[in-house]
Design a protein around this ligand. Structure first.
Ligand code: NAI
Ligand code: MG
Length: 352
């Protein structure tokens, strides 16, 4: 019997609806597979910010560090600037805990009508560099309020940062179909992107079973729409990976379906698992949010914690429910969050 301590941050909006739904599924799986998952909730997020002027307490990171994993819903509220919610919680967690890989699997799910009709199933993974690149704090504003006002923001790419993302992506590709596509833009961005290309090529040359193709990110965006089934693993910088993964998720159906993992591959710090969607204030409180992205992120967490069978059980259960035609509104159904979750719980039992 292995015990895992999991910090839970439901956050804001629909995070508070899909996290409890997904935890009910994880608890059922834990019971059936004799795992001990200890969930500790943290009420951090926008309400906490409105009361305390910060997204989490001063010792928030040391508190999280005591856990084996972090399970997050979403943060963001119309009452708090998005830069505060992001830089006050998610980005410090990703950086301080060296979660330098953002992993986003994308695949066709039976029973979900994708916006682009195709008989070819999509099965790809985006490996996004998660600690540096375009999302840097370096820069500033000058001449505020004057006609000549300007802003500068620097992208930062390091040998360590690029090579560890490339290593992770290459070894993942080696365990799959052996095809790695690197998102570049070395024709327009003439310093950082050629540097990225060089280090990616150098790193991937250590993996004889992996074929590397560099594609300009604009062409790759078109590729994702036109022939996504030809892609296996994509490695991309922080910004390019962010954009490509929302695009890829949309191509398979809804952003409500897509999961992600922010990984510290060495396991020195806890990794964080979250759906890619935000707090969806437009539907929050109505009980209609799609919990699949949150549940699937939970399956990734189980896998990361070393419980492959339990992860597969959870994954096949929600996939079977979708295949049976139980769907939330964002993918053309009528099921509420609670109804969908009930169906997953029954399927977990049926498949036990
Ligand atoms: P969003 O992902 O919250 O919503 C975009 C659209 O997709 C909305 O129409 C929403 O109703 C729909 N949607 C999203 N998830 C859904 C689900 N599970 N089921 C059904 N429909 C779903 O993105 P938006 O509107 O740009 O951002 C809202 C807030 O969330 C902002 O404050 C933003 O900063 C924050 N956000 C937080 C993220 C995080 O915590 N990692 C990620 C993205 C946005
Ligand atoms: Mg995004």
């Amino acid at each position: 019997m292995s015990a895992h301590r999991i910090a839970v941050i439901p956050g804001d909006g629909i995070g508070r609806e899909v996290v409890p739904a997904a935890i009910a599924c994880l608890e059922r799986i834990a019971e059936l597979h004799s795992l001990t998952l200890e969930f500790t909730p943290f009420d951090w997020g926008s309400d906490y910010y409105l009361q305390h002027g910060r997204m989490m307490p001063d010792d928030g990171l040391p508190q999280l560090a005591l856990h084996d994993a972090i399970y997050l819903g979403a943060v963001g509220s119309p009452e708090v600037p998005d830069a505060e919610t992001l830089w006050g919680l998610l980005i410090p967690i990703r950086r301080e805990f060296q979660q330098y890989i953002n992993l986003r699997p994308v695949k066709t799910l039976d029973g979900v009508a994708a916006p682009l009709a195709s008989e070819h199933p999509i099965d790809l993974v985006i490996v996004r560099e998660n600690n540096e690149g375009e999302y840097s704090e370096i820069g500033g504003r000058m001449y505020r309020g004057l006609p000549q006002e300007g802003a500068v923001q620097e992208a930062v790419f390091t040998r360590l940062g690029v090579s560890r993302a490339a290593h992770y992506a290459a070894s993942l590709a080696a365990s799959r179909r052996g095809r790695l596509t690197s998102a570049t833009k070395s024709n327009g961005i003439v310093h950082t992107m050629p540097f990225w290309d060089e280090i990616v090529a150098e790193t991937v040359s250590l993996y004889p079973d992996v074929t590397l193709t560099a594609e300009h990110v604009d062409a790759l965006a078109a590729h994702l729409v036109l022939k996504p089934w030809t892609l296996d693993v994509i490695v991309a910088s922080n910004l390019f990976g962010d954009i490509l993964s929302d695009l890829a998720a949309a191509v398979t159906g809804s952003i409500g379906l897509a999961p992600s993992a922010n990984l510290n591959p060495e396991g020195r710090y806890p990794s964080l698992f979250e759906p890619i969607h935000g707090s969806a204030p437009d539907i929050a409180g109505n009980g209609v949010a799609n919990p699949v992205g949150q549940i699937w992120s939970g399956a990734m967490m189980l896998e990361h914690l070393g419980h492959t069978q339990a992860a597969r059980h959870l994954q096949t259960a929600f996939e079977a429910v979708l295949r049976d035609g139980v769907r939330t509104r964002d993918i053309g159904g009528t099921a509420s969050t609670a109804e969908f979750t009930e169906a997953v719980l029954s399927m977990i039992d049926a498949q036990a």
